[in-house]
Write a protein that binds this ligand. Sequence first.
Ligand code: ATP
Length: 136
Amino acid sequence: TERTLVLIKPDGVARNLVGDIIGRIERKGLTLVALELKQVSDELARGHYAEHEGKPFFDSLLEFITSGPLVAAVVEGPRAIAAWRQIAGGTDPVEKAVPGTIRGDFALVTQENLVHGSDSPESAEREIALWFPGLD
Ligand code: ATP
Protein backbone atom coordinates (compact mmCIF):
# COMPACT_ATOMS: atom_id res chain seq x y z
CA THR A 1 0.00 0.00 0.00
CA GLU A 2 1.04 3.58 -0.62
CA ARG A 3 0.14 7.09 0.53
CA THR A 4 -0.13 10.32 -1.45
CA LEU A 5 -0.86 13.95 -0.66
CA VAL A 6 -4.05 15.30 -2.20
CA LEU A 7 -4.82 19.01 -2.41
CA ILE A 8 -8.15 20.41 -3.56
CA LYS A 9 -6.90 23.86 -4.47
CA PRO A 10 -8.77 27.10 -3.62
CA ASP A 11 -10.59 27.06 -6.97
CA GLY A 12 -12.06 23.64 -6.14
CA VAL A 13 -13.29 24.87 -2.74
CA ALA A 14 -14.66 28.13 -4.19
CA ARG A 15 -16.52 26.21 -6.90
CA ASN A 16 -18.09 23.78 -4.38
CA LEU A 17 -16.42 20.77 -5.99
CA VAL A 18 -15.04 19.28 -2.75
CA GLY A 19 -17.79 16.69 -2.39
CA ASP A 20 -17.52 15.57 -6.00
CA ILE A 21 -13.73 15.26 -5.82
CA ILE A 22 -13.72 13.41 -2.48
CA GLY A 23 -16.47 11.15 -3.89
CA ARG A 24 -14.27 10.23 -6.85
CA ILE A 25 -11.39 9.37 -4.48
CA GLU A 26 -13.68 7.15 -2.41
CA ARG A 27 -15.33 5.48 -5.40
CA LYS A 28 -11.91 4.68 -6.86
CA GLY A 29 -11.35 2.64 -3.70
CA LEU A 30 -8.77 4.88 -2.06
CA THR A 31 -9.01 5.54 1.68
CA LEU A 32 -8.78 8.89 3.45
CA VAL A 33 -6.31 8.85 6.33
CA ALA A 34 -6.19 12.63 7.00
CA LEU A 35 -8.38 15.53 5.86
CA GLU A 36 -8.29 19.23 6.64
CA LEU A 37 -9.68 22.53 5.34
CA LYS A 38 -7.07 25.22 5.78
CA GLN A 39 -5.88 28.66 4.78
CA VAL A 40 -2.30 28.17 3.59
CA SER A 41 0.49 30.50 4.72
CA ASP A 42 2.99 31.95 2.27
CA GLU A 43 5.66 29.88 4.04
CA LEU A 44 3.83 26.56 3.56
CA ALA A 45 3.05 27.44 -0.07
CA ARG A 46 6.74 28.15 -0.76
CA GLY A 47 7.77 24.90 0.94
CA HIS A 48 5.26 22.90 -1.05
CA TYR A 49 6.22 24.42 -4.41
CA ALA A 50 9.99 24.80 -3.72
CA GLU A 51 10.85 22.93 -6.94
CA HIS A 52 9.12 25.65 -8.99
CA GLU A 53 11.00 28.60 -7.43
CA GLY A 54 12.38 30.83 -10.19
CA LYS A 55 9.88 29.71 -12.82
CA PRO A 56 7.81 32.42 -14.55
CA PHE A 57 4.56 31.23 -12.96
CA PHE A 58 5.94 30.89 -9.39
CA ASP A 59 4.66 34.19 -7.89
CA SER A 60 1.27 33.75 -9.51
CA LEU A 61 1.09 30.15 -8.25
CA LEU A 62 1.81 31.27 -4.65
CA GLU A 63 -0.84 33.97 -4.89
CA PHE A 64 -3.36 31.46 -6.22
CA ILE A 65 -2.67 28.73 -3.67
CA THR A 66 -2.97 31.21 -0.75
CA SER A 67 -6.04 32.99 -2.19
CA GLY A 68 -8.56 31.09 -0.05
CA PRO A 69 -9.03 27.91 1.93
CA LEU A 70 -8.00 24.62 0.37
CA VAL A 71 -8.51 21.00 1.32
CA ALA A 72 -5.43 18.93 2.15
CA ALA A 73 -5.72 15.18 2.53
CA VAL A 74 -3.67 12.04 2.74
CA VAL A 75 -5.04 9.16 0.74
CA GLU A 76 -3.96 5.53 0.96
CA GLY A 77 -4.27 2.42 -1.17
CA PRO A 78 -2.45 0.17 -3.65
CA ARG A 79 -0.55 2.41 -6.11
CA ALA A 80 -2.25 5.46 -4.55
CA ILE A 81 0.17 7.95 -6.17
CA ALA A 82 -0.51 6.81 -9.73
CA ALA A 83 -4.19 6.11 -9.03
CA TRP A 84 -4.81 9.66 -7.82
CA ARG A 85 -2.88 11.17 -10.73
CA GLN A 86 -4.99 9.05 -13.08
CA ILE A 87 -8.30 10.35 -11.74
CA ALA A 88 -6.95 13.93 -11.49
CA GLY A 89 -5.85 14.00 -15.16
CA GLY A 90 -2.89 15.77 -16.77
CA THR A 91 -1.63 19.16 -15.59
CA ASP A 92 -3.02 21.08 -18.58
CA PRO A 93 -6.79 20.50 -18.31
CA VAL A 94 -7.41 20.82 -22.05
CA GLU A 95 -4.25 19.61 -23.78
CA LYS A 96 -3.42 16.76 -21.38
CA ALA A 97 -6.34 15.85 -19.14
CA VAL A 98 -8.96 13.67 -20.82
CA PRO A 99 -12.73 13.68 -20.21
CA GLY A 100 -13.66 11.55 -17.22
CA THR A 101 -10.82 12.96 -15.13
CA ILE A 102 -11.31 15.78 -12.61
CA ARG A 103 -9.29 18.29 -14.62
CA GLY A 104 -10.66 17.04 -17.94
CA ASP A 105 -14.23 17.43 -16.73
CA PHE A 106 -14.05 20.63 -14.66
CA ALA A 107 -11.00 22.80 -15.51
CA LEU A 108 -9.89 25.03 -18.38
CA VAL A 109 -6.49 26.55 -17.58
CA THR A 110 -3.23 25.16 -16.23
CA GLN A 111 -2.96 27.23 -13.05
CA GLU A 112 -6.52 26.80 -11.77
CA ASN A 113 -6.49 23.06 -12.31
CA LEU A 114 -8.36 22.14 -9.10
CA VAL A 115 -6.14 19.48 -7.56
CA HIS A 116 -2.62 18.41 -6.69
CA GLY A 117 -1.09 15.00 -6.22
CA SER A 118 2.39 13.91 -5.22
CA ASP A 119 4.38 12.71 -8.24
CA SER A 120 6.64 10.07 -6.63
CA PRO A 121 7.11 8.15 -3.37
CA GLU A 122 9.85 10.61 -2.41
CA SER A 123 7.68 13.68 -2.95
CA ALA A 124 4.74 11.99 -1.21
CA GLU A 125 6.89 11.43 1.86
CA ARG A 126 8.17 15.01 1.82
CA GLU A 127 4.75 16.56 1.19
CA ILE A 128 2.89 14.46 3.79
CA ALA A 129 5.50 15.43 6.42
CA LEU A 130 5.13 19.09 5.40
CA TRP A 131 1.31 19.20 5.46
CA PHE A 132 0.59 16.69 8.24
CA PRO A 133 3.56 16.65 10.63
CA GLY A 134 2.98 14.01 13.28
CA LEU A 135 0.70 11.80 11.16
CA ASP A 136 1.48 8.12 11.91
P1 ATP B 1 0.55 19.39 -9.07
O1 ATP B 1 2.02 19.35 -8.65
O2 ATP B 1 -0.21 20.57 -8.51
O3 ATP B 1 -0.19 18.07 -9.01
P2 ATP B 1 1.40 18.85 -11.61
O4 ATP B 1 2.38 17.93 -11.01
O5 ATP B 1 0.39 18.33 -12.56
O6 ATP B 1 0.58 19.65 -10.58
P3 ATP B 1 3.51 20.80 -11.92
O7 ATP B 1 4.24 20.91 -13.18
O8 ATP B 1 4.17 20.23 -10.71
O9 ATP B 1 2.14 20.08 -12.26
O10 ATP B 1 3.00 22.27 -11.57
C1 ATP B 1 2.47 22.55 -10.31
C2 ATP B 1 1.28 23.46 -10.46
O11 ATP B 1 1.70 24.74 -10.93
C3 ATP B 1 0.24 23.01 -11.49
O12 ATP B 1 -0.68 22.08 -10.98
C4 ATP B 1 -0.42 24.32 -11.87
O13 ATP B 1 -1.38 24.73 -10.88
C5 ATP B 1 0.75 25.28 -11.83
N1 ATP B 1 1.40 25.42 -13.15
C6 ATP B 1 2.23 24.55 -13.75
N2 ATP B 1 2.64 24.98 -14.95
C7 ATP B 1 2.05 26.20 -15.10
C8 ATP B 1 2.05 27.18 -16.12
N3 ATP B 1 2.77 27.01 -17.22
N4 ATP B 1 1.31 28.29 -15.93
C9 ATP B 1 0.59 28.48 -14.80
N5 ATP B 1 0.55 27.59 -13.80
C10 ATP B 1 1.25 26.47 -13.95
